[in-house]
Design a protein around this ligand. Structure first.
Ligand SMILES: NC(=O)c1ccc[n+]([C@@H]2O[C@H](COP(=O)([O-])OP(=O)(O)OC[C@H]3O[C@@H](n4cnc5c(N)ncnc54)[C@H](OP(=O)(O)O)[C@@H]3O)[C@@H](O)[C@H]2O)c1
Length: 257
């Protein structure tokens, strides 16, 4: 299938590792000009090397903490200067601090808002004029299966991601008339370095087996399996899909809808 996004500018925030990097690679394979950001310059350089070893593409990188709205603003104007108008935006970030209602404090709530919800809102608002002018745009949020089935001990993530979906659904009402779609992808357990290191501690094997036992497909996802859905939603072919939250979770969500 030709996704018809060759030559378009795609921004993937937090695109240096894991699901973000796999998404940047997948969009690059479709011929998009890709811009990624992250906090660590070394991670960004390694991502560029990895992606360019697989596809001949220009990649723009910038060191950005997406919790800081002014850094996002600087990043988007750098991308526009380098590649022109932004057509595709993938809102990704790391996960907020883990914990439950007894262990997170009021500053943790503020930090989680900045990292997960405000970053998506800020980045999106900065590219909407480009998309409106083109009468075409694709916005995809990387979320989690936790928006359909909360995960214990990640209270802040559970809450802020539901906020992202509430915002995305609301925004879809306003931007559809411009040919702009916004959707959310909800990964299940995905084998990224972060998850590998999370499962490398004491009882890691037992924890890993317990997770796998709960997944109907009997294994973790690979990052490129999440990226495939993001890339489809970013494509011309996904022109009639907006406001949705789509799990790519191996069946781990047990609800029917
Ligand atoms: N993996 C899973 O099983 C899974 C399941 C459900 C949902 N998710 C969610 O999917 C998202 C991606 O997860 P992942 O497993 O791919 O994570 P990952 O492998 O740890 O990658 C996270 C990426 O985000 C960047 N990043 C983190 N904090 C940032 C910040 N404040 N500003 C800019 N960049 C930042 C990291 O680069 P730097 O560290 O260099 O900044 C890195 O590129 C996360 O929100 C995660 O919670 C993951």
């Amino acid at each position: 299938m030709n996704f018809e996004i060759a030559g378009k500018t795609a921004v993937v925030t937090a695109g240096s590792l894991g699901i973000g990097k796999a998404t940047a690679l997948s969009l690059a394979k479709e011929g998009a000009n890709v811009a990624i950001c992250g906090r660590d310059e070394g991670n960004l350089a390694a991502a560029v090397q990895d992606i360019q070893s697989q596809v001949d593409v220009n990649i723009f990188t910038s060191v950005v903490d997406v919790s800081d709205a002014s850094q996002i603003q600087r990043f988007i104007s750098e991308v526009q200067g380098e590649f022109g108008a932004v057509s595709i935006l993938v809102n990704n970030a790391g996960g907020p601090k883990v914990g439950n209602y007894q262990t997170v404090d009021s500053q943790d709530w503020v930090d989680a808002y900045h990292l997960t919800l405000r970053s998506a809102v800020t980045t999106t608002e900065l590219v909407l004029d480009d998309m409106k002018r083109a009468q075409w745009g694709r916005i995809v949020n990387i979320s989690s299966f936790s928006i359909k089935q909360p995960i214990p001990e990640i209270l802040l993530s559970n809450v802020m991601r539901m906020g992202v979906q509430g915002w995305a659904k609301s925004l879809s009402l306003d931007i559809g008339a411009y040919g702009i779609t916004i959707n959310t992808v909800c990964p299940g357990w995905t084998l990224t370095d972060r998850v590998k290191s999370m499962l490398s501690g004491t009882d890691g094997d037992k924890r890993q087996q317990a997770i796998i036992d709960d997944i109907p497909l009997g294994r973790f996802a690979y990052p490129d399996e999440i990226a495939s859905m993001v890339t489809f939603l970013a494509s011309q072919q996904a022109s009639y899909i907006t406001g949705t939250a789509i799990p790519v979770d191996g069946g781990v969500i047990k609800g029917s809808l």
